[in-house]
Design a protein. Structure first.
Length: 251
């Protein structure tokens, strides 16, 4: 019997790691992909033997090529893929330079081709489910957090979700996305002291969400894992708002 795994790209922290924890608790094998060796080792030590790790910097084309080779070589059926890698540094449109822009688009390029490799595996084995972690910013501009390049990249990921859902459905592969609002994750460490992320987000954005609080990684991970599961077998091409009610309207 072929062994299975769920690949989580960007799985060493935040929503990816929270999703991995749920899957491992349910007895599933996961393969975590991340750029930080230390974070990957910590995640593996925390989650145990059901976890394999692959180190890859998605902005480095050589690393991406090695990741794709590893995906192609795996003897396991990749039943699930979570694309959770991301970066976020709010910056006015007029202040963006080429390096800022490329930091987002390089991630999308890597996501595209890594997902292609995973899809080949799923086609070979006859089934699979993919969940992309998009963003509310791809749907709604927020004056307090100018994010043109980030939002452009995430909007592209939303669009990719729908196109892949159409193309891969004949192969029994479902593709969905979640669209979170403000969630307490290390991604904000690019411009907030890591020790102050939760307090800063809570103070600044609790009231932004109609439900009254910012999200936690677990909030999003529960939905991600649901979309991967057999409980969502008639859901594909969906982009689910997991945002504390933000997209429902303006308070």
């Amino acid at each position: 019997m072929t062994q299975t795994t769920t690949f989580i790209i960007g799985g060493s922290s935040g929503m990816g790691l929270a999703s991995a924890r749920i899957l491992v608790e349910r007895g599933e094998h996961v393969t975590l992909v991340g750029s930080s060796k230390d974070k990957l080792q910590a995640a593996q030590a925390d989650l145990g033997e059901a976890v394999e790790t692959l180190q890859a910097d998605l902005r480095d084309t050589a690393h991406v090529s090695r990741l794709i080779q590893a995906i192609d070589a795996t003897p396991r059926h990749i039943t699930g893929l979570i694309n959770a890698a991301g970066t976020f540094t709010p910056q006015p449109f007029l202040d963006h330079d080429a390096q800022d822009y490329d930091s987002y688009m390089d991630l999308n390029r890597a996501t595209f081709f890594a997902t292609q490799a995973v899809a080949r595996n799923m086609v070979k084995h006859g089934s699979g489910a993919i969940v992309n972690i998009g963003s509310m910013w791809a749907k709604q501009a927020i004056k307090a957090t100018p994010s043109s390049a980030y939002s452009m990249a995430k909007a592209g990921l939303h669009s990719l979700t729908q196109h892949l859902a159409m193309e891969l459905a004949p192969h029994n592969i479902r593709v969905n996305a979640v669209s979170p609002a403000v969630v307490v994750t290390p991604i904000y460490g690019a411009f907030i002291n890591p020790d102050e992320i939760e307090a800063t987000l809570t103070d600044g954005f609790d009231s932004f969400h109609p439900i009254g609080r910012v999200g936690q990684a677990q909030d999003v991970a529960e939905t991600v894992v649901h979309l991967l599961s057999d409980r969502a077998t008639w859901v594909t091409g969906a982009i689910w708002d997991v945002d504390g009610g933000v997209m429902a309207g303006v308070a």
